[in-house]
Design a protein around this ligand. Structure first.
Ligand SMILES: Cc1cc2nc3c(=O)[nH]c(=O)nc-3n(C[C@H](O)[C@H](O)[C@H](O)COP(=O)(O)O)c2cc1C
Length: 166
């Protein structure tokens, strides 16, 4: 099975710090994603200070895993770098998934915390991290070493597949 079938969300982490080179590998994976017209409009903020992780963990009710993660990777879409503005969500989705898959490959745990397009969440993140108006704060990815073994359930469902016509 490929790494795709091993990935799952991890929300509890050990205290072990993830090394900078591994964080860089995650960013390389993110930047390797496909994007509309190859526009690569992504940017990233890497957060590792305890006070910042705590503040971000309090930004919405499902953001608690951020507190104990080793690092947070905030993925941004820079609208000044786009030619195909309306495709940017799809570009960032692919970028996020690449980071999650690379995290699995590195033996890390990770979870994608949703921010965009929920405005009260993105406003908090923009204000706290000085993100300019031309950047969409897309998500926060929590990464760290998993505190427990995960359980992956396969989801293939042939009733969702249509051939030739719906
Ligand atoms: C757009 C998006 C937003 C998400 N937001 C959150 C979140 O805010 N908090 C959280 O704990 N998990 C979040 N998740 C993770 C999902 O809950 C998780 O992917 C889903 O339950 C399937 O589980 P799996 O990742 O283990 O396969 C999000 C995932 C996506 C794709």
């Amino acid at each position: 099975m490929s790494i795709i079938f091993k990935r799952h969300s991890v929300r509890k982490f050990t205290d072990e710090k993830v090394q900078d080179e591994i964080i860089e590998n995650l960013l390389k994976a993110g930047m390797q994603a496909p994007s509309a017209g190859n526009q690569q409009a992504w940017e990233f903020i890497v957060v590792s200070k305890a006070e910042d992780k705590l503040a971000i963990s309090r930004m919405h009710e499902f953001a608690k895993p951020a507190e104990k993660a080793s690092h947070l990777i905030i993925t941004l879409g820079n609208l000044n770098r786009t030619r195909f503005h309306r495709m940017i969500d799809q570009d960032l989705g692919a970028c996020n998934e690449n980071i999650l898959l690379q995290a699995t490959h590195e033996g890390l745990g990770a979870v994608w915390l949703g921010f965009h397009p929920i405005e009260d969440r993105t406003l908090k993140l923009k204000e706290y991290l000085n993100i300019p108006d031309y950047c969409i704060p897309f998500s926060v990815i929590c990464v760290g070493y998993p505190a427990a073994e995960g359980d992956v359930k396969l989801r293939y469902d042939e009733s969702r597949v249509h051939f030739d016509r719906y």
